[in-house]
Design a binder for this molecule. Structure first.
Ligand SMILES: Nc1ncnc2c1ncn2[C@@H]1O[C@H](COP(=O)(O)OP(=O)(O)OP(=O)(O)O)[C@@H](O)[C@H]1O
Length: 297
């Protein structure tokens, strides 16, 4: 079992010409945590992951592993699935995995056994000797992920590992990643699929324009975000628009979704609503999509 070590990036910065693609980005991937890295196209996720892996030069800041500056030897123990994917379409699946395992210092026999085990987990046990290109895109994706898991990595950095997978394939991928997190391995994966990230990850980092806009567990993000309330009264609730200190997100007939500047405004509006026959006043738990939209605004 891996001892529990954290991966941290501190003030990580990368420029391309005039553009700062990653701008003083800091976050931690805690041991045993499945951490989702979320952001729109061009937010800087791939660039950050490449700097973590030492593939792209860091212009400022640093990557830390186990509380100290990361070394090449540390990175060699990581599992990485790059955006550009690394396997050859025309070679048999198992041969490539065995070769990669050997490059990582495994014996041929161990690499073959582990490659077979992982591919069987993905229900690809019957396809070991097929060329990668003969597999469906989703299955090719699973093989790419398998390549990063072979050598029992100390950390996992996966660029869009769930893209192109159907829901069943997502679940088996999550199960496999959980085998690693249970052993204390920190896992960072990028994704555009917010609902998926919300469902599976322990922690998330929201990136926009090269900067971290929010980070934490879904519950922490929900608790720290602006709180919306549903306010309903017996008659039309349109009057709430005229109140000071209230942001009306939505209003329809007798029911509105509102947000308050402060507790005093909230208390005042609830009193007014009570005079008009208050029927409902409940806090609304934001969805991750709402938190995301708020964070990147
Ligand atoms: N080699 C490069 N040369 C010039 N600009 C680059 C290079 N690599 C990335 N960029 C720019 O840096 C920014 C961040 O790109 P990056 O690929 O890291 O984003 P991303 O969040 O991974 O996006 P996606 O989800 O589309 O993969 C973009 O504006 C991109 O055009």
């Amino acid at each position: 079992m891996e001892s529990a070590r954290a991966l941290e990036v501190m003030d990580l910065t990368r420029r391309f010409g005039e553009k700062t693609a990653v701008d003083a980005v800091s976050f931690a991937v805690e041991p045993g945590k499945l951490t989702g890295f979320v952001g729109a196209n061009g937010a800087g996720k791939t660039t950050t992951m490449r700097m973590i892996m030492g593939i792209l030069a860091i212009h400022d800041g640093e990557v830390r592993w186990d509380g100290r500056a990361i070394t090449g030897r540390d990175r060699a123990r990581f599992g990485y699935m790059p955006e550009e994917r690394g396997l050859y379409p025309k070679q048999p699946v198992v041969d490539q995995l065995v070769y990669l395992g050997q490059l990582r210092g495994m014996t041929r026999r161990d690499a073959a056994a582990e490659a077979t085990r992982i591919l069987e987990r993905f229900e690809l046990g019957g396809r070991l000797h097929d060329k990668l290109e003969s597999l469906s895109l989703g299955n090719q994706q699973r093989v790419q992920v398998a390549a990063s898991l072979l050598h029992g990595p100390s950390a996992l950095i996966l660029d869009e590992p769930f893209s192109g997978l159907d829901p069943v394939a997502v679940d088996s991928m999550v199960d496999l990643l959980r085998e690693h997190t249970r052993n204390g391995v920190p896992v960072l994966f990028s994704s555009h699929q917010l609902d998926l990230v919300d469902r599976i990850c322990d922690s998330l980092v929201i990136l926009a324009g090269g900067r971290v806009r929010a980070a934490g567990s879904s519950d922490e993000l929900r608790a720290s975000g602006p709180r919306n309330y549903r306010l309903s009264t017996a008659a039309d609730v349109g009057w709430v628009r005229e109140e000071a200190g209230v942001d009306v997100v939505d209003v329809e007939g007798t029911s509105a979704v509102v947000r308050f500047d402060d507790d005093a405004s909230r208390d005042r509006v609830v009193r007014r609503a009570a005079e008009r026959g208050l029927t409902e006043f409940t806090p609304l738990v934001p969805t991750l999509s709402e938190i995301y939209r708020e964070a990147v605004r």
